[in-house]
Write a protein that binds this ligand. Structure first.
Ligand code: FES
Ligand SMILES: [Fe+2]
Length: 447
């Protein structure tokens, strides 16, 4: 197949009021392979939080596309990004998602590496008759070409050519700050996480994370349960929101450069947010405007592999494409470090209700993804029509909200919440097409 023209896949013509994505983007095996190479292996990917590796010799593992990654904190306290693969025969070095170890011992032949990835032991060297050429080679773990963090969020890149992390995130940093600043000592992942897979393409989750349009239809049963609880029945501890109050409230979306986007909404019930009792402290620390935006609902897409949803209590999810039609998700609850017990319980009740695979919303979404994947196989279908809501009101730049916040997104839209805009999908697919085009034509992806 000829992949040279990405317009065949992302039909992006704002001047004509057109933004469409072709079903092949979700279902074509060859495109999936190209995505691994030209997207996941050529941009920054989220790896974890610094608070997960707070002590020296702590480590966490993750993946960039198909590449296993080991992130450690060395004895100097520095964060080190490594390829989690033994140099001897490519066996995965660490299986655990996190832990603490001064030495990482390969389970196959016992080669060992320290927290810097330096090879500290090759088993049975005395009797090995290794040639001089072998001794001259480094046996250290391969370093991730780039590792950096922003406000405690660690990212890595398999390409050395990426821009500085701060430039890559751009004005998306404002929205990350609104998460990182929720506690005076920063934020952490609540211990425990959910891992689950679904049989559909990773971009079904990419879209869904910034899709306000589906809530009232896909999650109707969740809304019904919440309505019952608000009458004082069932689990009243979960401080259920009245989602229908949101319809007329101001809302919008912003698309930032490099594929990041955000949807936001003014919060009609800020008193139900688990940070509400801490707002005096937060206002004093971050100022009135940022504090108000912390109470607003915000769902973030950090392209390509991380989302933060902060519309109920905040959750962080990462996705790992396993195959064109199979994706692994990991999801955590985010919370301020040192949060009082009662507020942590409030947060967890809201989180588990909606987000966990055993909650009342995530299973709805994953079933829909799998149905969509089946639908993508319908050969007469070409372009999907799910990218146009709000496009008629979209503008270049940041609009009123962007001006008020001093942000400069590439495009944005504002209106009532029940516009249920689909504009926040545009940034990610523009970046998808840009990176694919650059990779396929052999051009550098970054200036
Ligand atoms: S594969 Fe690691 S020691 Fe042999
Ligand atoms: Fe959903």
């Amino acid at each position: 197949m000829d992949f040279s023209d990405m317009k065949r896949y992302v039909d992006d013509r704002p001047q004509d009021g057109v933004f469409r994505v072709h079903r092949d983007v979700f279902s074509d095996q060859a495109l999936f392979e190209l995505e691994q190479r030209h997207i996941f292996e050529r941009t920054w990917c989220f790896l974890g939080l610094e608070s997960q590796i707070a002590r020296t010799r702590d480590f966490l593992t993750n993946w960039i596309g198909r590449t296993p990654i080991l992130v450690t904190r060395n004895d100097d306290g520095a964060i080190v990004g490594l390829i989690n693969v033994c140099r001897h025969k490519a066996v995965l070095l660490r299986h655990e998602e996190a832990g603490n170890a001064g030495v990482h011992i390969c389970p196959y032949h016992g080669w060992s590496f320290d927290a810097n990835g330096h090879n500290v032991h090759v088993k049975n060297t005395r009797t090995a008759c290794y040639p001089a050429a072998f001794d001259a080679e480094s046996h250290d773990l391969l370093r991730l070409p780039r590792t950096a963090s922003y406000r405690g969020f660690i990212f890595g890149s398999l390409s050395a050519e990426v821009p500085e992390l701060g430039d890559f995130l751009g004005d998306m940093r404002f929205f990350i700050d609104l998460i990182a600043d929720q506690g005076p000592q920063g934020i952490e992942l609540v211990p425990g996480r959910a891992v689950y897979t679904y049989n559909a393409n990773w971009k079904l989750q990419l879209d869904n994370g910034v899709d306000p349009y589906h809530l009232t239809s896909t999650h109707a049963s969740f809304l019904d349960v919440q309505a019952v609880r608000r009458k004082g029945e069932g689990n009243v501890e979960s401080r259920s929101f009245d989602w229908r109050k949101r319809d007329e409230f101001p809302a919008g979306a912003m698309n930032f450069r490099n594929g990041h986007s955000a949807v936001w909404m003014r919060q009609p019930e800020p008193e139900k947010r688990p940070i509400a009792p801490a707002m005096d402290e937060i206002r004093a620390r971050v100022g009135e405007q940022r504090a108000e935006w912390m109470l607003n609902a915000r769902n973030l897409q950090i392209f390509p592999n991380m989302q933060i949803a902060d519309a109920i209590s905040p959750m962080l999810r990462t996705f790992r494409p396993l195959a064109v039609d199979r994706t692994e998700m990991r999801a955590w609850c985010l919370a301020p470090i040192g949060e009082p017990r009662a507020l942590r319980a409030w947060r967890l009740r809201q989180y588990e209700d909606f987000f966990n695979p055993g909650g009342m919303a995530t299973p709805d979404d994953t079933v829909i993804y799998e149905d969509a994947q089946r639908g993508m196989a319908a050969s007469p279908l070409d372009f999907l029509q799910g990218y146009s809501r709000g496009l008629g009101a979209a503008v270049s730049g940041g609009g009123e909200a962007g001006a008020a916040l001093g942000l400069d997104p590439a495009t944005s839209v504002e209106g009532r919440y029940d516009m249920f805009n689909e504009v926040a999908f545009h940034g990610p697919y523009r970046e998808w097409a840009r990176l694919m085009e650059a990779g396929l034509s052999g051009r550098r992806a970054w200036a």
